[in-house]
Design a protein around this ligand. Sequence first.
Ligand code: B1M
Length: 211
Amino acid sequence: MLDGLRQAILGGDGEKAESLTETAIGSGQSAEAIMGALTGTMEIVGREYEEGERFVPEMLVSAVAMKRALEVLRPRLIDAGVRARGMVVIGTVAGDLHDIGKNLVCMMLEGAGLEVIDLGVDVAAQDFVSAVRVHRPQVLAMSALLTTTMEEMPAVIAALEEAGLRDGVKILVGGAPVTQEYADRIGADGYCVDAPAAAALARTLVEEESR
Ligand code: B1M
């Protein structure tokens, strides 16, 4: 059954992924086992994308199918006391309305077993700061698609420093105009070229933190 669920997600069949998750729950599969199938499958999706076997639309349909299965599973995870591996606060920086890539990153993060607080688009530096203060995530992720708005990223880092919150959170940046060189220059902790890379790096950082 879990194999069918994996195949449904790989094939981007959200309806089937949802019904197989319901069947798996009904037949007594543990919430942990089903979550393991979801995260394992999203790792395959990410790997296939990195290896050029998948393109963005195919990654997107698999991520949407995974999200439908996760919505069915979520109440069971809560009942079973299965906690997220960690938390990521994410948003597209001020002045920037692009969110297709960010939304994909959100879904891949969830597929990696992380809780995601999505602040949306056009997020002011002070709103990133407030979210870090309130939620205390291990990771803050920022997206920018414009060469003009990527300059907001160092402003957010400066605002976190000013609020005394910088040392308690790892900062990841991404989006088409962002590069590793830029991430290093502004003092971010990591650069992610795409959604699978963001999920993998966030998960590594969260695991390092909990050790
Ligand atoms: Co805009 N736009 N756009 N646009 N748009 C670009 C980005 C542009 C490159 C097009 C071009 O001129 N060739 C250009 C930017 C030029 C530049 O700054 N160098 C541009 C422009 C100029 C503009 C406007 C200024 C146009 C205008 O009004 N004159 C305007 C700005 C509005 C604003 O934001 N204030 C604008 C508006 C729009 C739309 C609203 C029409 C629409 C956005 C719809 C939406 O997002 N809801 C739009 C779109 C769709 C695009 C293009 C065509 C596609 C972007 C996209 O969704 N890509 C884009 C051109 C292009 O890229 N071909 C363009 C698909 C997505 C899956 O990829 O977002 O790169 P991407 O995300 C990837 C990675 O970058 C990474 O992972 C994702 C998935 O693997 N990633 C992260 C992204 N965020 C991450 C965060 C992380 C980690 C990884 O956190 C750690």
